[in-house]
Design a protein around this ligand. Structure first.
Ligand code: DOR
Ligand code: ZN
Ligand code: ZN
Length: 400
């Protein structure tokens, strides 16, 4: 396949190029290819629109198994494809929790043939010490996810000894940690010399803790969710409830500064779909995210974020941090995972267009920063701006 007339950042420079894809990988990047000479059957012309590396969302709750009335692998992956997300990593607070090798195996086999995009899994740390299971599976999962605060799914781990065992046996630890728990997580990471991924930082003080730890040379990374950048306490209602909760306008600003100065490494949506009935009838934490994260971030393009930084935090860094093989960059030898966006078409985000099973978006009626024209996974178009096709998503592998 040849993808022609792509505006892209190639080796740091903005250019218009043609990309040759063979066996799902980028094999050549031309200034201007000669189609006759190449003798290629499949040519896609993207007309000078932007082509970005596919978005990698390292923080999603796809609810499969056990809570599939909220989302499942198929609908969640459609939401990803529609949002330009070509790889998602699923969190362990499904039912049953992903805290044993057996449950992980079931997840791995049940996901086969059901996703439009590529995917991976985080394993869960359990308060019934599952460090021996962690040791067995750690090379085939993105990380061990540990909940240091109470959240949806009842996976809180509090006991010091058990936390230590979980850290000791992990390859990399991701944490749901808020405020002083961020400090606690950093201490454990230092003690056991394990890389640490701080999920969904939401507060200026948390960014400061991360900045300080990085300054001391600790291998620690920070993620921010779009809702903590774009929304604050003034927006809170029954729907816009999540953990961590929305903070202040000043916190929004501190998070943007964290992105700009390199303290924050990634954007992860914390895609946490719940039905409208659940959201309306009781306090239910979590909001969907994958479908709108890229178009929301594009709203701030060339204002709070430039194209290079956007691609780093949404593609390159998540791939690097978790060692996802072959992903995150437009470079020869990498997987041909792309999203094509028209920056001139500022489409309005609407509930009625949502494909996630939950059927709503926190950004209803907001004007996005562009329109997603197509999404490609390993050289196959999976979304053409309207329909979904080529349901050939597969599990990723890790090199750390
Ligand atoms: O708001 C949240 N929802 N925060 C979490 O940590 C979990 C998530 C969920 O699974 O619903
Ligand atoms: Zn969380
Ligand atoms: Zn989460």
């Amino acid at each position: 396949m040849l993808i022609k007339n792509c505006k892209l950042l190639y080796q740091g420079v903005e250019e218009v190029k043609d990309i040759l894809v063979e066996n799902g990988k980028i094999t050549k990047v031309y200034n201007c290819s000669d189609i006759e000479e190449l003798d290629i059957e499949e040519v896609v012309d993207v007309d000078g629109n932007w082509l970005l590396p596919g978005i990698i969302d390292a923080h999603t709750h796809m609810r499969d198994p056990g809570l599939c009335y909220k989302e499942d692998f198929e609908t969640g992956s459609m939401a990803c494809a529609k949002g330009g997300v070509t790889t998602f990593i699923d969190m362990p607070n499904t039912v049953p929790n992903t805290t044993t090798e057996e449950v992980l195996k079931d997840k791995e086999s049940n996901s086969k043939g059901r996703s439009y995009v590529d995917y991976g899994f985080h394993f869960g740390g359990s308060r019934i010490d599952n460090s021996s299971e962690i040791k067995r599976v750690r090379d085939r999962v993105a990380s061990t996810k540990i909940f240091l605060n109470m959240s949806t799914g009842d996976m809180l781990v509090e006991e010091e000894k058990i936390l230590e065992n979980l850290f000791r046996e992990s390859k990399i630890v991701s944490v749901h940690a808020e405020e002083e728990m961020v400090e606690k997580a950093i201490e454990l990471a230092k003690k056991f010399k394990k890389p640490l991924y701080l999920c969904h930082l939401s507060k200026a003080s948390e960014v400061e803790l991360l900045r300080k730890a990085k300054g001391e040379g600790v291998k620690v990374y920070g993620e921010v969710a779009p809702h903590h950048l774009f929304l604050n306490e003034s927006h809170v209602n029954n729907l816009l409830l999540m953990k961590p909760e929305l903070k202040t306008k000043e916190d929004n600003e501190a998070l943007w500064i964290g992105i700009q100065d390199g303290t924050i490494d990634t954007i992860g949506t914390d895609h946490a779909p719940h039905t409208l009935e659940e959201k309306k009838s009781k306090r239910t934490y979590g909001i969907p995210g994958v479908e709108n994260s890229l178009v929301m971030m594009l709203k701030e393009l060339n204002k709070k974020i430039d194209m290079k930084k956007l691609q780093e935090v949404m593609s390159e860094n998540p791939a690097k941090i978790f060692g996802i093989v072959g992903k995150g960059k437009i470079e020869i030898g990498f997987d041909a995972d792309f999203v094509v966006v028209d920056l001139k078409n500022k489409e309005v985000i609407k509930n009625e267009n949502v494909v996630s099973k939950c059927g709503w978006t926190p950004y209803n009626e907001i004007v996005g920063g562009g329109k997603i024209l197509a999404t490609f996974v390993r050289g196959e178009m999976v979304y053409d701006g309207k329909e979904f096709m080529n349901k050939n998503g597969r599990g990723v592998s890790y090199n750390v």
